[in-house]
Ligand binder design. Sequence first.
Ligand SMILES: Cc1cc2nc3c(=O)[nH]c(=O)nc-3n(C[C@H](O)[C@H](O)[C@H](O)COP(=O)(O)OP(=O)(O)OC[C@H]3O[C@@H](n4cnc5c(N)ncnc54)[C@H](O)[C@@H]3O)c2cc1C
Length: 155
Amino acid sequence: MINSLPTPTSIIRPPSVREIQVLIVGAGPTGLVLALWLTHQGIRIRIIDKAAEPGTTSRAIVVQARTLEFYRQIGIADEVVERGLQLAAANLWVRGKKAGRVAFGEMGRGLSPFPYALMFPQDGHERLLIECLIIGGSRSSAGSSWSALRMRATE
Ligand SMILES: Cc1cc2nc3c(=O)[nH]c(=O)nc-3n(C[C@H](O)[C@H](O)[C@H](O)COP(=O)(O)OP(=O)(O)OC[C@H]3O[C@@H](n4cnc5c(N)ncnc54)[C@H](O)[C@@H]3O)c2cc1C
């Protein structure tokens, strides 16, 4: 479980360009989770993104049980659950008046160790994945674009 942001001494040396086995272009949720999986398999990766910093808007807000089941396999499910909010119910409002309530409860009881929908906004989720990658010894290069890297490769 990841309890705190890494200190410089806890960061393992990132791979040099010659050591990189897989280059991942795009540090959104897809690229970050792929990077974590490959790192978990002992594959040395570099992940680059044209954006200078991770997203700051929520976008996707719910993490489904199957995602958490996959996360458990790479040891990050507990931290995600801890940072998220288990969705017990939704209240529906129409013109200022409560119109209904949908109870979710443990809708996946008996089917999954994570029998609920978990609210965890995408920006916080991406930051957590990046923390896990840093602690795991990989390195993300913000501000790099695929075309810039290709230019360097042919120099
Ligand atoms: C307003 C909004 C609301 C949303 N709400 C929901 C929701 O409620 N529920 C839900 O499930 N989903 C929602 N989504 C969708 C969700 O955000 C996406 O499914 C998710 O971000 C996809 O992740 P990704 O990693 O595949 O792509 P992205 O998040 O798009 O990440 C791609 C990354 O690649 C980088 N990149 C692109 N081209 C290059 C290049 N040439 N060189 C280097 N880097 C590059 C980009 O900068 C970006 O960081 C929403 C999206 C938006 C925009």
